[in-house]
Design a protein around this ligand. Structure first.
Ligand code: GMT
Length: 387
């Protein structure tokens, strides 16, 4: 297998979760962007990543086969994934394998590299958030996850926050070189609304009342604190005409719907569930709200800002690196319902401020988080690791 020229096409393996989570989206969008640049990209996961585009040349998907036998406690995804990585490396002659979300992907990669020996490609690991702050930090996973990350040929994180958290929570060697490569967004796909405003929202809410539309997008896991958002919405709706758009699905969704019904506000909210294409709708809302307990970055907040929608969020984790407090949105302490509500009401009552923050949000995304320049940085990282 000839070593890739520093400028030649690379053969890249991408390991990720195919689910809707931010890490799967970043992994998929990065892989597709690399394929559009002429590289050969092989996705390896349980199910095809959500935004995986089968029409693109030079993109393949390899499903991890899980086999269950009575003797096994449970099918071993870690071993099955490692075997699939070995197989794809051997058959496709990969130059590097980039795993997203360390648990258990970094361990599978380490196992695959050990199996391949001298034939092994380079292995890179990107930490995405809960693999570091929650799951990976759990004593049940911590020691092997830390070791596997430290054995990677390269490590990246999306924020300075997560770089620090990897040392503080996972005990990663502080001397380990870690690249900070932020989430990125297709600023043409996620762009400010054009044409008559509110068309879609009027259909959705069955009326064109000039209500302020709050929006939230997530996997409704506990870490998102979506119930806080319901509390905030109830306070805001008492003060101004408001409606709430909830996009995504997950364990806390039913509780949110129950709380809204209890508050007599169910008619003011729409839950759309998982959505593949929601950028146009997102661009027609007024304030994006993300009250998370923790966020390594906050990809959904980035996508909202790219649409020119100001963000009200908790000052958790990497969010202050994404939302410029007072410039592109407003931040408040985690769990502080009063402060979050006051921030939303401040934007609700000041349209010029809301528009100015939306414009500043768009400008900042174009300057710092546009897909092209960030993918350039990933590609540069790949080539540096390949030497
Ligand atoms: O947002 C989620 O909870 C899904 C999670 C994941 O692991 O896929 O997303 C993480 O990775 C995203 C992409 O790097 C980040 O934008 C999210 O902030 C991060 N989530 C958390 O840290 C909770």
């Amino acid at each position: 297998m000839s070593a890739p020229a520093r400028t030649g096409a690379l053969r890249i393996g991408v390991v990720c979760y195919g689910s809707f989570g931010g890490s799967g989206i970043v992994a998929t969008e990065l892989g597709l962007a690399m394929a559009r640049r002429g590289h050969f990209v092989h996705f390896i996961s349980r199910q095809a990543p959500r935004r995986y585009d089968r029409r693109l040349d030079q993109v393949w998907f390899h499903g991890v086969e899980m086999r269950d036998y009575p003797v096994l406690e449970s099918p071993s995804y870690t071993v099955a994934l490692a075997s699939k990585i070995v197989e794809v490396c051997e058959w496709e002659g990969l130059d590097l394998v980039h795993v997203h979300y360390a648990v258990p992907h970094a361990a599978s990669a380490l196992l695959a590299r050990s199996t391949l020996g001298a034939r092994a490609p380079r292995f890179l690991t990107t930490l995405h958030g809960t693999d570091t702050t929650l799951v990976g930090a759990d004593p049940a996973y911590r020691s092997v996850t830390r070791h596997a990350i430290e054995q990677s040929d390269g490590v990246s994180v999306p924020s300075e926050f997560l770089r620090r958290a990897a040392v503080q929570r996972l005990g990663l060697d502080p001397a380990l070189p870690v690249e900070v490569l932020p989430n990125f967004v297709d600023t043409e796909a996620f762009a400010p609304a054009e044409g008559p405003n509110g068309r879609c929202l009027a259909q959705l809410f069955g009326g064109t009342d000039p209500a302020l539309t709050l929006v939230h997008v997530s996997n409704f896991r506990q870490v998102k604190r979506t119930v806080d958002l319901i509390e905030v919405f109830a306070r805001v709706a008492r003060e101004v005409p408001a409606r709430l758009l909830m996009i995504g699905d997950g364990p806390e969704r039913s509780l949110c719907e129950t709380r809204l019904r209890e508050a007599g506000l169910a008619d003011r909210a729409r839950f759309l569930g998982m959505q593949e294409h929601f950028a146009d709708l997102l661009s027609r809302t007024d304030v994006f709200v993300l009250p998370s307990e923790s966020e390594s970055f906050g990809l959904a907040a980035l996508e909202a800002q790219s649409c020119g929608v100001p963000v009200v969020a908790s000052d958790a984790g990497g969010l202050p690196e994404v939302v410029a407090d007072g410039e592109t949105g407003l931040l408040a302490p985690v769990g502080d319902i009063e402060a979050l509500s006051a921030a939303v009401l401040r934007l609700a009552r000041d349209e010029p401020l809301r528009r100015a923050m939306g414009a500043a949000a768009r400008a900042r995304v174009l300057e710092r988080f546009r897909e092209g320049p960030v993918v350039d940085r990933y590609e540069d990282w790949y080539r540096r690791v390949l030497g």
